[in-house]
Design a protein around this ligand. Structure first.
Ligand code: UD1
Ligand code: UDP
Length: 352
């Protein structure tokens, strides 16, 4: 069976990397990897392939740094060419980025069955580009690999049981990656890291593209950083917007994006996570850290229900109040994401 894997953005390298390791265990499977180029800086892309020994992509399309329509459109054109040449038995797409949607559209028009890893997630916020990407991808996929029970329920409520697709609860491939790479965790070099620190990231469009939200978030983090070190590996889109708007936080330890092995070290050694990232909310849980989420909703509602995570939006008072006063659940011994067997479940289902 020939699997064509489509990746392009940072979280997809980690997710597809976990599944790739599983694919290699099966002689009957062949994987061809296409990197769309959505993330192109070396510390947003190359470092993951090097550090984590992910197979080098067979195709690099070089389509990044464009508007949503231009990026998605160009990806569809080039992915179609690759699919026509490679004639895969299945196209595998991950998550909710523009690369995911482009792969799904190209494959569905060629009638190539699609496997969607991280299916069924919903924020119910149709202004998020990710919500549109994941809903459309789910609808044209044959295998819907859901990371959580909530994801399965979401699909059932939307009537997916009436469609020609298989809904499979696989668990979350991010947990496979976190468990596997913990042994290789690497302390970031050239950063003065204090004994106690909070790990933070900010990159979601709903925060970066609304200057008031962005200001509130950075003012809050800067205030917290007077109390405890805040280490923030900065996404290039956020860096650009901060610079354009002369936002210069004085107290936050802002660093370049780090590789995944450094990220795992930071997660493991931090006191708390404050983020708008989807992946990082779960990783906080995997590494037993409380998490304040800088969004108004989350796809990972089981983290809220169990009080491992709280939503603060971009409200300065709320962020500071939650940081100072919220009592989180510190009993992390509960299976929410499959305990690291998701890739195995996915490949077993595909072979069947
Ligand atoms: C994308 C995903 C988002 C995911 C994130 C992971 C979509 C719609 N969004 O957002 O869901 O959480 O990846 O990190 O697919 N840039 C660089 N260098 C890079 C990459 C980006 O400078 O290597 C800058 C460019 O100015 C670029 C901007 O960041 O235009 C946005 O990049 P883009 O890939 O469009 O979206 P992300 O914000 O990274
Ligand atoms: N990540 C990383 N280095 C960084 C920031 C994030 O390795 O500087 C990892 C993070 O640990 C997680 C993944 O990238 O595994 C999540 O990506 P991101 O936050 O960019 O996207 P999202 O999950 O919000 O789509």
């Amino acid at each position: 069976m020939k699997i064509l894997t489509i990746i392009g953005a940072r979280p997809q390298f980690i997710k597809a990397g976990a599944v790739s390791r599983e694919i290699k265990k099966h002689k009957s499977l062949e994987e061809v990897i296409v990197h769309t180029g959505q993330h192109y800086d070396s510390n947003m892309s190359d470092i993951f392939f090097e550090q984590m020994h992910i197979p080098k992509p067979d195709y690099y399309l070089g389509i990044g740094g464009k508007s949503h329509g231009a990026m998605t459109g160009e990806m569809i054109i080039k992915l179609e060419e690759v699919m026509l040449k490679e004639k895969p038995d299945v196209v595998m797409v991950y998550g909710d980025t523009n690369s995911t949607l482009a792969g799904s559209i190209a494959a569905s028009k060629l009638h190539i069955p699609i496997a969607h890893v991280e299916a069924g997630l919903r924020s119910f916020n149709m202004k998020m580009p990710e919500e549109i990407n994941r809903i459309l991808t789910d609808r044209v996929s044959k295998w819907l690999f859901c990371p959580t029970d909530t994801a399965v329920e979401n699909l059932k409520k939307e009537g997916f049981e009436n469609f020609d697709c298989k809904i499979i609860k696989s668990g979350d491939v991010m947990q496979d990656a976190a468990i596997f790479y913990k042994q290789y965790a690497k302390k970031p070099q050239n950063v003065d890291i204090k004994e106690d620190f909070i790990l933070s990231t900010v990159h979601r469009a709903e925060n970066t593209d609304d200057i008031n939200r962005l200001k509130n978030i950075f003012e809050s983090l800067d205030e917290i950083a007077k109390d405890i070190q805040v280490i923030l590996p900065l996404h290039p889109r956020t860096r650009k917007i901060l610079e354009q708007n002369n936002i210069n936080p004085k107290n936050i330890t802002i660093i370049e994006p780090v590789g995944y092995l450094e990220m795992v070290w930071l997660l493991d050694n931090s006191k708390m996570v404050i983020t708008d990232s989807g992946g990082l909310q779960k990783e906080a849980f995997f590494f037993k850290k409380p998490c304040i989420t800088l969004r108004d909703e989350t796809e990972w509602i089981e983290l809220l229900e169990n009080n491992f995570n709280v939503l603060a939006g971009a409200d300065k008072e709320k962020i500071l109040n939650l940081y100072k006063n919220h009592k989180f659940n510190d009993n992390f011994d509960i299976d929410l994401y499959g305990r690291g067997r998701a890739s195995e479940n996915i490949i077993r289902s595909l072979i069947k």
